[in-house]
Write a protein that binds this ligand. Structure first.
Ligand SMILES: Cc1cc2nc3c(=O)[nH]c(=O)nc-3n(C[C@H](O)[C@H](O)[C@H](O)COP(=O)(O)OP(=O)(O)OC[C@H]3O[C@@H](n4cnc5c(N)ncnc54)[C@H](O)[C@@H]3O)c2cc1C
Length: 411
C-alpha cells in the first residue's frame, strides 16, 4: 500500500522505536541479520521507498523520502545503512532492469522476501574505484563473472547484488559495467566475514565470483555506463548516510538530555550547569545544519549539482555525529563508557563507520575541491584591492600574470 511522505516518516519512526532499538542487542548477541525486522520494514512500506508503484514501491522523490533515513538512524545506523542500500538496489532494478529481471526481483525486493546489496569495492580498490578488476567476459550466449569483491554488506545474506565489473583490462572507466547478480548462482562464495568494531548482526565480508553465469538481460548498465550508474547510486547513498548520521546525533543528544536532567550534581543537576547547556546547544545547532545539508542534497540529486551537494552532506554529517556522540558520552561522566548504562559507546562506533562507508571524508573533500578548482578556472581576473586598479600578488603564476594585468592596463 502506498503512503504519503508523512505516513512513511512516521512508519520509520515507529519501526526504529518499536523494532530496531529494542531488538539490536539481541541481534548482536545472535550475530544474525534480523530478517523478521526487515520484513516488518517492508510491511510498513520502507523497502521500496524510491521504487515505482508497478513493483510495489512508494515512488517517493528523494526530497520527500530522505527523512525516513534520519528516523531509521535513530534506531541503529548499521541497520539503517543496510535498508538504504537495499532501497537503492530496488529503485535501480525498478527503473532500469529488463522486464524479466524486474519481474524476477522487483516485488520480491519491495516485499522483503529478497534483500538487495551493492558491490563495487575490491580488496585493492576502495576510494580508487576505477581500479576494480572483476571481469565480465562473453560466454556462449551470455557472460561469465570472475573476481573478488570486498566490504560486501549483507555478504552471504542478500539474495541479489548489483555488481560493478569491467569488460576489458585497460585502466579507466570506459569499460565498467553493472550487472544484476543472483546470489544463489553457482560460483558465488563468501570467502570470509569481517570482525567489525560494531554490529555483529551485520555480515560484511569478501565475496568470490568464480565463473558465475550472467544472462544477457542481467546487464543493468552496459560497458561504458556502469561507472556513471555506480556514481549515481553512490550520490544517493551518501545523502542517505548523511541523514542516518543526523538521526544518530539526535539519539545521542536526547540520551544526554535525559541523563543530565536526572543526574544530581552540586545540589542541582548536570543540566543546570550553563557550560553543559552550551555544549548541548552547539550539538543542536550542528544537527539543524546537518539536516539542512542532507535535505538540500536530496533535493538536488539527479541534477548537475547533486554530487557536490551529496559530498557536502556526507562530509559534514558523520563528523558532526561522531563529535556529538563523543561529547554526549562525556556528559555521562564515566558512565558514558558503560554499555549497559548508555547507548553512547555504540553510537561512537557507528558514527565512525558512517565516516568511511560510501566514500571517506577525504574522498568527499576530493569531490568538493574538484568543483572549486573548476570554479577557479572559470573566474575572471581577481578584483583589484589596492586602489590602483591593478591586482598585485607576489605569487601569481607567471603564465597568468600577463592575463591578470591586462584588464587594468587597458583601463
Ligand atoms: C561498514 C562498511 C560497509 C561497507 N559496505 C560496502 C558495500 O556494501 N559495498 C561496497 O562496494 N563497498 C562497501 N564498503 C567499502 C567502502 O566504500 C570503502 O571501504 C571506502 O570507499 C574506502 O576504501 P578503502 O577502505 O579501500 O580505503 P582506501 O581507498 O585504501 O583509502 C585509505 C585512506 O586514504 C584516503 N584517501 C583516498 N583517496 C585520497 C585522496 N585522493 N586524498 C587524500 N586521501 C585519500 C582515504 O580517505 C583513507 O583514509 C563498506 C565499508 C564499510 C566500512
Amino acid at each position: 500500500m502506498m503512503g504519503t511522505p508523512a505516513d512513511l516518516h512516521e512508519a520509520a519512526r515507529r519501526h526504529a522505536a518499536d523494532v530496531v532499538r529494542p531488538g539490536v542487542a539481541g541481534w548482536d548477541a545472535a550475530a544474525t541479520f534480523p530478517r523478521d525486522a526487515s520484513s516488518q520494514a517492508a510491511a510498513a512500506g520502507l523497502l521500496g521507498l524510491f521504487a515505482p508503484a508497478s513493483i510495489g514501491g512508494q515512488a517517493l522523490s528523494y526530497a520527500d523520502g530522505m527523512r525516513v533515513f534520519e528516523e531509521l538512524g535513530r534506531g541503529d545506523a548499521a541497520y539503517a545503512f543496510t535498508l538504504s542500500m537495499h532501497n537503492a538496489v530496488t529503485a535501480a532494478i525498478g527503473a532500469f532492469a529488463a522486464p524479466g529481471v524486474r519481474r524476477r526481483w522487483g516485488r520480491a525486493l519491495t516485499s522483503g522476501e529478497a534483500l538487495g546489496g551493492f558491490s563495487l569495492t575490491e580488496p585493492h580498490a576502495g576510494s580508487d574505484a576505477a581500479a576494480i578488476t572483476t571481469r565480465l567476459t562473453p560466454d556462449f550466449s551470455g557472460f561469465r563473472l570472475n573476481g573478488t569483491k570486498a566490504w560486501v554488506t549483507l555478504c552471504g545474506e542478500a539474495d541479489v547484488f548489483l555488481v560493478a565489473c569491467r569488460t576489458g583490462t585497460e585502466r579507466g572507466t570506459s569499460d565498467v559495467a553493472m550487472v544484476v547478480l543472483d546470489a544463489a548462482r553457482e560460483g558465488v562464495e563468501t570467502v570470509r566475514l569481517y570482525d567489525t568494531m560494531t554490529s555483529a548482526f551485520l555480515p560484511i565480508g569478501e565475496m568470490r565470483l568464480h565463473d558465475v553465469r550472467i544472462e544477457p538481460d542481467e546487464v543493468l548498465a552496459p560497458a561504458g555506463s556502469g561507472f556513471q550508474a555506480a556514481l549515481g547510486a553512490i550520490d544517493v547513498a551518501r545523502t542517505d548516510i548523511a541523514a542516518i548520521a543526523v538521526g544518530l546525533a539526535v539519539e545521542a543528544l536526547e540520551a544526554a538530555l535525559a541523563y543530565t536532567r536526572d543526574r544530581a550534581l552540586f545540589g542541582g543537576s548536570v543540566l543546570d550547569q550553563q557550560a553543559v547547556q552550551f555544549a548541548l546547544a552547539d550539538i543542536e545547532t550542528d544537527i539543524v545544519a546537518g539536516r539542512l545539508l542532507y535535505q538540500h542534497a536530496a533535493a538536488l540529486l539527479g541534477t548537475r549539482e547533486g554530487s557536490v551537494a551529496a559530498a557536502h552532506a556526507k562530509r559534514f554529517c558523520p563528523d558532526m555525529a561522531l563529535k556529538a556522540a563523543v561529547e554526549c558520552a562525556e556528559l555521562f561522566g564515566s558512565y558514558g563508557w558503560l554499555k549497559d548504562v548508555s547507548v553512547l559507546p555504540r553510537l561512537v562506533g557507528l558514527a565512525r563507520m558512517l565516516q568511511t562507508v560510501d566514500g571517506t571524508r577525504e574522498v568527499q573533500r576530493v569531490v568538493i575541491a574538484r568543483d572549486l578548482v573548476r570554479r577557479a578556472k572559470a573566474l575572471g581576473a581577481p578584483r583589484a584591492t589596492n586602489g590602483s586598479g591593478r591586482y598585485v600578488a607576489a605569487d601569481v603564476v607567471p603564465a597568468d600574470r600577463e592575463r591578470i594585468a591586462a584588464p587594468s592596463t587597458a583601463s
